[in-house]
Design a protein around this ligand. Structure first.
Ligand code: NAD
Length: 490
């Protein structure tokens, strides 16, 4: 059992969940401290898993596979729905846990738990939608049947920015499809995955169907990817790690699905509803302290409205509160010191390359911020599209604006990136809106609205932003492989 209430005065020690058992490796095993990013207190210690632990978890998942896949899908769906109910019943504790390990404001952490519940309930509904095709044959007395089967053992690797929702997003469809699962919960935010395991136990998932290991990606994660016992790897994280994982899976020709970084352009044209665009741009930049793959990472503003937009945007950025996430400030801390400093480094190189500072937020270490990893909203204006703040993913509360002469220039600048996750466009011109899907080379478009994908949509990155996609029917289909049978009765 893992006590996800985190109400103990002292840091709790959390083991791994393998084959329905909580493994406590004892004091001899290496441990990783989980830090509250708001005050640097240690909230828990987790086991630093090894290659052997990865092997044990995969072995458990492999042994659980045949009986799990052999159950009617509706039974698997009922268990996933039961897991969603358990989460719902413990929502307050889970939201607090996410805030304590990741740093997002409590209200937003509650939204994250709700998102996890939605992913699981939607997955459960798909239990009746595993379908095949019967195709006309060229031969007499023959039919071609295309069936869908689970892959076997799925490995899930998740990012720290939405540790609970990202795990649930992968787990639900993978299990309903009939696969079993081994999750490596990111070492910076491992407790959410362990809480999910705890609740899966309460919900009655059979031993071995869902296993959670903890430790470092390049060690335990790499072992999970390289092992011949895993059949599909689904990873959400950085493009850097995605490349390593893709390479590591290559020898075994492993199915690898990658949801990676983004660099979303935010286009505001001369005919846009400016107030609406500002509100959306603020939400899309600063929610979760700017740590969302679909965040507004660079704003292309038509010259005719740039001054008005920036005046309102800077004022709104300045008005945001930075503070205790348990007290629901607008922005909590960055997840850790390394991530905070990465953002500061990008700002320094952007300014070095000529960006003007419109709002100097930056690192805060004064007074109430002396402990924790605080970074205040910062607004830059760049004159060139090759400025580092315009090209590199910032993943923090730094907004960068670039003025453009017209829509064509905005589209050209927007597409000038190897990333292709999401893009925003604000305009009242219906021709531009209708053409945007043909002109913007991104997997997800937000036209006259802020971010936030729907469970029935398809969250997919192009280019360096990934390979695969999640949610909706295409996301579910990703956990099923196809088989063709030629059935001749002549
Ligand atoms: P990360 O790349 O550090 O880690 C992601 C996962 O991969 C973790 O579980 C980690 O342990 C594992 N891992 C790392 N190296 C590995 C290796 N060599 N072998 C096996 N496993 C390994 O990711 P992060 O820094 O937590 O995430 C931030 C990034 O995630 C940002 O770039 C963000 O844009 C992206 N992201 C993308 C999406 C999306 O849906 N496209 C969603 C959220 C976050």
């Amino acid at each position: 059992m893992f006590d996800f209430t985190l109400t103990s005065e002292r840091p709790i020690a959390a083991g791994m969940y393998v084959n329905g058992q909580w493994l406590s490796r004892g004091p001899a095993s290496a441990a990783i401290e989980v830090e509250n990013p708001a005050n640097e207190d240690v909230v828990a210690t987790i086991t630093e898993g090894t290659e052997t632990d990865a092997g044990e978890a995969l072995d458990a998942a492999r042994r659980a596979f045949a009986p799990w896949a052999g159950r009617p899908a509706i039974e698997r769906g009922r268990l996933i729905a039961a897991l969603a109910d358990e989460i719902d019943a413990h929502k307050d504790h889970l939201a607090r846990l996410v805030t304590l390990e990741q740093g997002k404001p409590l209200g937003h952490a509650t939204q994250e738990i709700d998102a996890g519940i939605t992913f699981l309930r939607y997955a459960a509904e798909n239990a009746r939608r595993i379908e095949g095709d019967i195709v006309t044959s060229d031969n007499r007395d023959e039919e071609i049947h295309i069936r869908r089967h689970p892959y076997g053992v799925v490995v899930g690797l998740t990012a720290w920015n939405y540790p609970f929702a990202l795990a649930a997003r992968k787990l639900g469809p993978a299990l309903v499809a009939g696969n079993t699962f081994v999750l490596l919960s990111h070492e910076a935010t491992p407790l959410s995955g362990l809480a999910l395991a705890s609740l899966s136990e309460k919900a009655g998932l059979p031993a071995g169907v869902f296993n959670v290991v903890t430790g470092r990606g390049p060690v335990v994660g790499a072992a999970l990817v390289q092992s011949p016992m895993s059949d599909l790897v689904t990873m959400t994280g950085s493009t850097r790690a995605g490349r390593e994982i893709y390479r590591a899976g290559a020898d075994a020709i492993k199915v690898v699905r990658l949801e990676l970084g983004g660099k979303a352009p935010f286009l505001v044209m001369e005919d846009a509803d400016i107030d609406r665009a500002v509100q959306a741009a603020v939400a899309a930049r600063y929610t979760n302290c700017g740590q969302i793959c679909t965040c507004n990472e660079r704003m292309y503003l038509h010259r005719a409205i740039a001054d008005e937009f920036l005046e309102k945007f800077v004022a709104a950025s300045k008005a945001l509160t930075l503070g205790d996430p348990l007290e629901n400030a607008d922005l909590g801390p960055k997840v850790n010191r390394v991530e905070r400093d990465k953002v500061a480094d990008i700002v320094a190189s952007a300014v070095g390359a000529g960006a003007a500072v419109l709002l100097k937020g930056g690192i805060r270490e004064d007074g109430a911020f002396s402990k924790g990893h605080w970074f205040a909203p910062t607004v830059l204006e760049a004159s060139k599209n090759d400025n580092p703040a315009v090209q590199d993913e910032v993943f923090g509360p730094v907004a960068t604006a670039v003025r453009v002469d017209d829509y064509d220039m905005a589209v050209r600048f927007a597409n000038d990136t190897p990333f292709g996750l999401s893009a925003y466009l604000f305009t009242r011109d219906h021709k531009r809106l209708a053409q945007a899907p043909y002109r913007l080379k991104f997997g997800e478009l937000y036209l006259n609205r802020s971010n936030g994908e729907a469970v029935q949509g398809f969250h997919t990155g192009w280019g360096l932003s990934g390979l695969g996609g999640e949610d909706g029917r295409y996301g579910f289909d990703g956990y099923l492989r196809k088989q063709t049978a030629y059935l001749n009765w002549g």
